[in-house]
Ligand binder design. Sequence first.
Ligand code: GLC
Length: 740
Amino acid sequence: MKKILLGLLGLTALTAMAAPLTEAEIDAAVADLIGKMTVEEKVGQLNQLSGRGLDPGMVALVAEGKVGSLLNEVDPATVNALQRQAVENSRLGIPLIIARDVIHGFKTIFPIPLGQAASWNEDVVRQGARIAADEASSVGVRWTFSPMVDIARDARWGRIAEGFGEDPVLASRLGVAMVEGYQGDDLSKPNTMAACVKHFAGYGAAESGKDYNTTWIPEVLLRDVYLPPFKAAADAGAATFMCSFNDINGVPSSGNRYLLHDILRDEWGWNGLIVSDWGSIEQMRNHGFSRDLREAALQGAKATVDVDMENYAYTQHLADLVASGEVSMDELDAMVANVLRLKYKLGLFDNPYVDETAVAFYAPASLDAARRAVEESAILLKNNGVLPIDFNAVKTVAVVGPMADAQHDQAGTWVFDLEKEHSVTPLMTLNEKWGKKVKYAKGLAHSRDRKHDGFEEALKAAQGADVVLYFAGEEAVLSGEAHSRADINLPGAQKELLRELKMAGKPVVMIVQAGRPLTIADDAELCDAVVYLFHGGTMAGPGIVNVLSGEVNPSGKLPVSFPKMVGQLPLYYNHKNTGRPAEGITYIDDIELEAGQTSTGCTSFFLDAGDGPAFPFGYGLSYTTFEYGTPRLSSAEIAPDGSVTVVCDVTNSGSVAGSEVAQLYVRDLVGSLARPVKELKDFQKISLQPGETKTVVFNLPASSLGFTNLKNEYVVEPGDFQLWVAGDSASGTPVAFAIK
Ligand code: GLC
């Protein structure tokens, strides 16, 4: 468009400098192009296939305009060759979009999103996404299927690894940061990627944490817990959405017009592109929601799913559905317009090719950023003073465990482009810095290893050391898609190995690298310190060692609740109080023989697990201590359309500098629906020198204190509230205020 204009004026040299097309110019160009397209060419734009290199069949489909986008093609020369087929050989020269699951880095791998969430730092997430976009776009990827903002309350679910945890406010803020990192301020710049917010919606509510399982989500819960991060990302300008595999209350998302059209497009006013998940349209037959592929195609189109990922539902049936009038030409054109609009926004009509000489990965600054992300994501769960370790003072450090030197597995799930030889492990870092002091005994071949063959050597290493660093956790394959676990203990014989190491009588520091919360409460009891890292990526080694040595003071906070036992799941901090909240907990081993039916009291707890988490949402220790003053409010009463300013002093009462995440929680004591006992409303990460006090200031609008009622109305009700400013969801003293 602009190229033609500038060309006519002999100003083509300015083309590359052309400002991005305006919405109006894009709409005009799209309308003009659609007017020239055949139905077959229109359907072609809705077809997304997984790359097969320069397979002749693929080349032919692209040249005939029968493919609109590809995923999983990351060789820049192949990308350009296929792009030339689309741009120079197809009738209308419409460029392809190349997509990839760049979930937490392309080549420089950052902590998995759950780990990045533990940083509670939008800058960490935004920078990681920016670096991922720089690296992936350098090979031609301009669309990533990320951020995943599914709220997860069940650690059995393998995909808890890919999201930002259990809280809608934390997930919203970090999801927006990821969108901003990928898309930048101008999507037409060649180093950007269109974000894809997924999986819309409710995927994390899979019953029993079993992936792909059905979900039952009352609309009030859907709207107040599962949808907010998607709404935030939509409002932040996310270019695309992906519908989820699951059904919500019997309606698969891929055919859910109420969700995708009425809520996302109409109610929220979002007009981007919706892509199916892999085969999710066709899978509506498995759901028993579609009689056949033709009906699935119809249901997907009516739900306004624009692009059909590896389904062939649209290529096989959409033209026929249009011919029969079951899908109108206007409906088809609206789907095509969403695809073409994205291609114009990405600048692909002007710059369809990738510069094969500009491929760039692992910039030192990127690796530094990845290491800092690890440092900010590490969560100190326990420390009896053994940390930080003065590695210059200790004589021997025993390094044990299957995750001490796991270049592949420390990267975590969704790392299709990982080059593991670039991963720096904890053992590599320790050997590089203090090699002469390190005594390494793996103990187990991998995280699932059940054999005790390596135990003797491990115990011997521990006996000869001043301190034992036990690197436990999960291999990457034990979390992520289709990798739910019904038992979330440390896998293999890791628990037994820990108990073997304890026999050496030396301090034990357990460092867990995993894709989910694990039930480690009993293991933690045996350790002198516990550091938890949700798979840290390329620079997990230097990041973890900098925390262990005290070069970095850990500041990570849990984005998810840790259960004591798997039977407690689903488990989350923002739960209801129930009519009989737990009190006077009697544990199973304390019950008298032939005890009476009501002897343990009749309140809500487990006889074997009691109540509540092993480690609460928002929890994380530091090498220093922080004291919170009593929050001060600008007013104890606020109008339903008003707001209150909350001020709270936070002091570093320890001896070393550190960062703290001050968290603002509220409770609505009485509502027309029972309300959660706590809800995160805001947070700030602050750095404090020893003895320093900072005053954190929050603005709390009454409008953020509402909820969805049974009529699906968002209501802010007058009444009494409590408010906390604390370092986790289980601490602090509440102050009262009211909405009048
Ligand atoms: C997968 C995942 C989705 C991913 C897509 C493409 O099955 O559910 O998150 O983006 O397919 O790889």
